[in-house]
Design a protein around this ligand. Structure first.
Ligand SMILES: [Zn+2]
Ligand SMILES: [Zn+2]
Length: 240
């Protein structure tokens, strides 16, 4: 079966994420766009995953529990878990490692933890877009050892990407890669390349989803499908 998925989205917890983009609105918008597997990956924090989980259940979506980790080299990597408990544990670990720099909401935006209804439960004080201080290869190894999907984000972007910041893609056992433009003009070791919306605003949700041929909608089938790499993209993604 051809499954529509979008594994890279933010919420109002990310300082750069719009305050209106609550986990519940993200899930509802994704459902309306026919997305069947959806991940929330805020920067270096997993605190909005509980509301996201509830929302995905209400919307009958397969929710996956992610985070976009900033490595010591300022490369962004998506780490995506099947279980919210594992994701929250890894999230607490990464958030603890962030330097004690306070967020300036006027400069960077608010960092809001919300419930299903979108009510603010907490404002995170530590700036979430700092570097975690862990190296690229250590983040990959640590997340894989916790049974996460590990996907270097927007590898072909000119900032915060493995190609821009390291100059090449190290040959490591990634679950897949995420790119902005298809095809990617770099050595990608035959890995499956996904696109993701990287939505920071409601209007961006689902705009860069992709499709994967899968046996069924499960984490196990997703892992298998990422190995097989039978992926297709939305029309606007392929570069002309
Ligand atoms: Zn990023
Ligand atoms: Zn992102």
């Amino acid at each position: 079966m051809r499954v529509k998925l979008d594994l890279h989205n933010h919420s109002c917890l990310s300082p750069c994420g719009d305050d209106e983009l609550t986990p519940a609105l993200l899930a509802v918008e994704a459902m309306e766009q026919g997305i069947q597997i959806l991940a929330l990956c805020d920067h270096n924090s997993t605190r909005n995953l509980p509301a996201f989980k509830e929302a995905c259940e209400l919307c009958s979506l397969m929710g996956l529990y992610g985070m976009e980790v900033s490595t010591a080299e300022d490369v962004h990597i998506l780490t995506i878990f099947e279980n919210i408990e594992d994701a929250m544990q890894f999230g607490a670990f990464i958030e603890y490692l962030l330097p004690p720099i306070k967020n300036n909401p006027r400069l960077f935006g608010n960092q809001l933890v919300v419930n299903l209804e979108g009510e603010v439960c907490e404002t995170v004080e530590k700036l979430l877009i700092s570097s975690s201080g862990i190296s690229f290869s250590d983040v990959v190894e640590e997340a894989l050892s916790r049974d996460a999907l590990v996907i270097p984000a927007h590898i072909d972007r000119s900032a915060n990407s493995v190609l821009s910041n390291l100059g090449f893609l190290p040959d490591l056992p990634y679950s897949a890669l995420e790119a902005v433009r298809i095809p990617v003009s770099a050595e990608t070791y035959g890995k499956t390349i996904l696109t993701g919306s990287d939505a920071h605003h409601l209007l961006q949700v689902g705009k860069r989803a992709c499709f994967l041929e899968m046996e069924d909608i499960s984490f196990k089938a997703l892992k298998k499908a990422l190995m097989e790499g039978n992926v297709s993209y939305m029309e606007k993604t392929a570069s002309s």
